[in-house]
Ligand binder design. Structure first.
Ligand code: C2E
Ligand code: CA
Ligand code: CA
Ligand code: CA
Length: 277
């Protein structure tokens, strides 16, 4: 009936209510989930292609729902953005990431940096930068240990740009996510203070489909490096893609071929095994 209706399917099955009532219930469910600490983070390794060592992790939120089990972000982030709930939830995600960095430091697990996904809705809030800085301070972290992944759509307004400059000034690292899915090229991004560019997995998937493959990926890497941006490839699923990316000068790779997202408890052993290879 309506575009975006699919977003509610998960809840339609359980609640089967009209949209207003449904959204009302969702807000209640979100609030309870936050209070009961049902949002958990999984961690996906990012690997330096020069050294083949794990350089950091991307955090990916999941909803550990008491009835429905592990719910993936594609099921609830769109609704959370629509209702505004993504604002408190997103802050909780950053808090969880900071707390995990502190825990790993105590346990001597060699993870120094975490990348956290940030919704355009969060970035559009005037208080966002100060809230993030406060969390970094409270956890006694170096600002450079935290990296925020933003998308192109997020940078199209003034408040978002002000936040980006504020975060950058504070020393927090910024990464442009899903590059290649939007409509603007690299030139357009010169005004945006990011440190890193993440090439979307749809572009990575095109590698090795033909023989003179992926001129878009290669030229993106060249241009990004000329702009002094670190380049990360996401969605690396095959050894062939990994080799191609390394030859093309890509700095960091992430994807199922290197490691799937995992709960925090699996990280220490994963790193040990990975570095033993
Ligand atoms: P994303 O930022 O592009 O995250 C990468 C997604 O690709 C993750 O899905 C990850 O599990 C998946 N992935 C990683 N490697 C591979 C691979 O080799 N092949 C394939 N096919 N997929 C791979 P996930 O965890 O379901 O997250 C989906 C999206 O939800 C994320 O896309 C991100 O946009 C959003 N998201 C996740 N966590 C958060 C969060 O804390 N806050 C916000 N606002 N959004 C989040
Ligand atoms: Ca991301
Ligand atoms: Ca991405
Ligand atoms: Ca993506």
């Amino acid at each position: 009936k309506e575009a975006g209706r699919g977003q509610y399917r998960f809840f339609d099955q359980s609640l089967n209510l009209n949209k207003d009532v449904e959204e009302f219930h969702l807000e209640q469910a979100f609030a309870a989930a936050l209070k009961n600490r049902e949002f958990v983070l999984h961690y996906q390794p990012q690997v330096c292609l020069n050294t083949m060592r794990v350089t950091g992790y991307e955090t990916l939120v999941r909803w550990q729902h008491p009835e429905f089990g592990l719910v993936y972000p594609d099921r609830f982030i769109p609704v959370a953005e629509k209702t505004g709930f993504v604002i408190p939830m997103g802050l909780e995600v950053i808090r969880l990431a900071c707390a995990q960095l502190v825990q790993w430091r105590l346990d001597q697990v060699p993870v120094k940096t975490l990348a956290v996904n940030v919704s355009p809705i969060q970035l559009g809030r005037s208080e966002f930068c100060e809230q993030v800085r406060a969390l970094v301070d409270e956890h006694c972290l170096e600002p450079g240990q935290l990296e925020l992944e933003i998308t192109e759509t997020a940078i199209l307004n003034d408040q978002a740009m002000a936040n980006l400059h504020c975060l950058k000034e504070a020393g927090i690292r910024l990464s442009l996510d899903d590059f290649g899915t939007g409509y603007s090229g690299l030139a357009h991004l010169e005004a945006v203070p990011v440190d890193k560019l993440k090439i979307d997995r749809s572009l990575i998937a095109s590698i090795c489909n033909s023989h003179d493959d992926s001129p878009v990926v290669s030229s993106t890497i060249i241009l990004a490096k000329r702009m002094k941006l670190q380049v990360v490839a996401e969605g690396v699923e095959t050894p062939e893609q990994l080799v191609h990316l390394k030859v093309a000068g890509c700095d960091v790779a992430q994807g199922y071929h290197l490691g799937r997202p995992m709960p925090a408890g699996d990280v220490p052993e994963f790193i040990r095994n990975f570095h033993r290879l």
